[in-house]
Design a protein around this ligand. Structure first.
Ligand code: NAP
Length: 280
């Protein structure tokens, strides 16, 4: 153990998947800082959600992955289990009540309680202006991006009490600085900042913390229209001095930290992972 601590301090210790360790203020926990916790991550078979699921499992949690398509769930579970991680999964379209019920039931199979909820699933069915969005588009964006996190948390809450739980909502820097081509999506992501603060207030008496991840442009399928666009990329490089697009893993470490005891006095917060801070 002493050798591991020394190597860790020198930055030479690289834990293998399934044996992740993080030094807390006072100790190294060999099983990971999230050991014995159960985490539910929505939209977690690809992109940012998949990276978050992997990281939480590497840090010791049992993770329940989910998304709309069975084949994607099967792939994610097989991949992460193949890395020696404790992962199960089920299909869950977050806007469908019966799917959310199934997700809760799946999570309860592992020990009877839930400690962490990461609401990552999000959609943007329209590139265009706010006033160009039909009622159907509004309903879809608001159902998946804003209503579903609140409704899923409502279903999970009885199983999160007395466990000092953590909830993470996933917004976007489009919440701080709206993009002209992402009308209703911008609005939904700004609403998540409000939802974070309101839920943080409501759940504080239950010792459940609620925080918000605010990604900038992260290289995933979802953001292909942006990062594969040369004009966008050239403009981006000029303004973002880190000179690169974010990676899903850039978001995952923050989420693990916010769910951990090291963040036990942080709630109602929103934090950008964007290569630059666009908030005051
Ligand atoms: P992604 O790579 O396209 O992955 C989306 C994941 O969500 C997939 O696993 C997908 O699997 C699942 N999914 C989609 N709709 C769902 C639904 N209705 N219910 C449940 N699962 C669903 O997307 P991403 O870029 O990682 O985005 C994740 C989150 O980050 C979103 O909330 C997005 O708004 C936010 N974000 C992304 C960026 C970025 O640049 N990438 C920036 C800011 C914010 P199935 O197809 O199997 O459902």
């Amino acid at each position: 153990m002493l050798r591991a601590v020394t190597l860790f301090r020198r930055g030479l210790f690289r834990p293998s998947p399934g044996l992740s360790v993080r030094m807390t203020s006072s100790e190294i926990t060999p099983k990971g800082i999230l050991a014995n916790q159960v985490a539910v991550v929505t939209g977690s078979t690809d992109g940012i959600g998949f990276a978050i699921a992997r990281r939480l499992a590497q840090d010791g949690a049992h993770v329940v992955v989910s998304s709309r398509k069975q084949q994607n769930v099967d792939w994610a579970v097989a991949t992460l289990q193949g890395e020696g991680l404790s992962v199960t999964g089920t299909v869950c379209h977050v806007a469908k009540a019966e799917d959310r019920e199934r997700l809760v039931a799946k999570a309860l199979e592992h020990g009877g309680g839930i400690d962490i909820l990461v609401c990552n699933a999000g959609v943007n069915p329209l590139v265009g202006s706010t006033l160009g969005a039909s009622e159907q588009v509004w309903d879809k964006i608001l159902s998946v991006n804003v209503k579903a996190p609140a409704l899923l948390l409502r279903q999970l809450l009885p199983h999160m009490e007395n466990r000092r739980g953590a909830v993470i909502l996933v917004s976007s820097t489009a919440a701080y600085t709206p993009r002209v081509d992402l009308g209703a999506y911008n609005v939904s992501k700004t609403a998540l900042l409000g939802l974070t603060r309101t839920l943080a207030l409501e759940l504080a008496p239950k010792d459940i913390r609620v925080n918000c991840l605010v990604p900038g442009v992260i290289e995933t399928n979802f953001s292909k229209v942006l990062h594969k666009n040369e004009t966008f990329w050239n403009n981006y490089k000029e303004n973002y001095q880190l000179q690169r697009i974010g990676r899903p893993e850039d978001c995952a470490g923050l989420v693990s930290f916010l769910c951990s005891p090291d963040a036990s006095y942080i709630t109602g917060e929103n934090i950008a992972v964007a290569g630059l801070s666009s908030r005051l």
